[in-house]
Design a protein around this ligand. Sequence first.
Ligand SMILES: [Zn+2]
Length: 207
Amino acid sequence: MTRYWPRRGEKQSRVAEGSLLSPEERCGQHFRYRDLIEVGSTWEQHRIDNRPRERATYEAMAALCTKVLDPVQTKFGGLDLTYAFASPALDKLVHRRPSPNTTRSRDQHAGCELNSKGKPYCSRLGLGVDFRCPGIGSAAVARWVIENTAFDRLYFYDDSRPFHVSVGPDNKRQATLMTKLPSGRLMPRRISISYFDRVLPTASPIV
Ligand SMILES: [Zn+2]
């Protein structure tokens, strides 16, 4: 059976510097590793080496494509990925921004990478990605993801913004609405598919 991430506590295999996978290699039907490595406004600005060092992170990238991104691309087309894998260096740069909206220990953008003590930066492992489909509201796409893919966690903000989806060993299939409070803090609330049925216009059912 294919496993896309290490069992908790299992020793992971680090990719030797000289044999890192080329970002040009395909990691799914529609995507290359580059699409998940060289992505986002902070990366665009700094263009650092953001390649993962753990084999398990590359495998999580492939799983993210197979389970979520490829099916969504086939269904809706034109995915616009806005953030995906973040190495420690990229995460540091993102945290210099005024509202970084990322938590390394929880949101799975760190993939399966390990810190200097050999512990995962994010114990949820797997990998997270943020995206939208231009011309289609995120509510419709997120609803479809929840109903049709083997995702782990999904964070939805609003119809006009990209949303966050991950794959990972917990396989929670858990959707959370993130509402911005006047203080700027995000308040999480667990939601089900019926939330999207309420916010989506009834005139445009997703079939
Ligand atoms: Zn995210």
